[in-house]
Write a protein that binds this ligand. Structure first.
Ligand SMILES: [Zn+2]
Length: 202
């Protein structure tokens, strides 16, 4: 029997009572697990395995997919307050970037923090940037693209997705990020496009 703490990142109905769940585990990384009978009303696992819930699970290796046996909830989302667009942003990234059985415990922990904050845009964007860096799709995002300085990073080069400082912004097409860069619509949209482009090139 194997155990892991996992966040459910995708859920597909299978036959009348079953589901195939894609999970991001702290120990095992991304993998798929077969949840037999989970759609039945009396299933004890039912409430613990909704998308973006985090649970401790037990599973065993079957002939095909690993099979879920037990689950205990660690945290669930308050769906009333959720930003659906940000759920989509994060789930897109997790499903596209993570390779099966390739663990990233640091990213798993960072995801838990974002889930606890109900996927606010600022933490969502910070997580997405952290992911890109960890996966090798983004260079240092803490310094100016032109001078390498880390002060006055108030502009974004939207073509290359890089920060530009206030001394250098006239050199390229840096656009102002405003007072709260990570929550700005400019950064959010540019990041959406950048991630889409990276996914298309993988
Ligand atoms: Zn600069």
């Amino acid at each position: 029997m194997n155990k892991d703490t996992v966040t459910i990142i995708k859920s597909i109905n299978y036959s009348e009572a079953d589901k195939v769940l894609t999970v991001f585990g702290r120990e095992y990384g991304k993998f798929t697990v077969f949840a037999k009978g989970i759609r039945k009303l009396n299933s004890k696992n039912r409430g613990n395995m909704q998308t973006f819930c985090t649970s401790e699970i037990a599973f065993y290796e079957g002939k095909g997919l690993p099979i879920l046996t037990e689950s205990a909830p660690v945290s669930s989302l308050n769906f009333d307050e959720l930003n659906v667009a940000n759920i989509r942003r994060i789930s897109f990234m997790l499903n596209k970037f993570l390779q099966d059985y390739d663990p990233y415990p640091k990213l798993f922990d960072a995801l838990q923090v974002v889930l606890q904050k109900n996927l606010e845009i600022e933490v969502t964007n910070k997580l997405r940037i952290k992911f890109l860096k960890e996966m090798g799709f983004l260079e240092d995002f803490t310094v100016c693209k032109y001078c390498g300085g880390n002060k006055g990073l108030k502009y974004l080069d939207t073509m290359s997705f890089a920060l530009v400082c206030e001394n250098c912004y006239s050199k390229g097409n840096g656009k102002p990020l405003g007072d709260n860069p990570y929550a700005s619509l400019l950064l959010t949209r540019t990041l959406d496009r950048y991630i889409k482009k990276v996914v298309e090139e993988i």
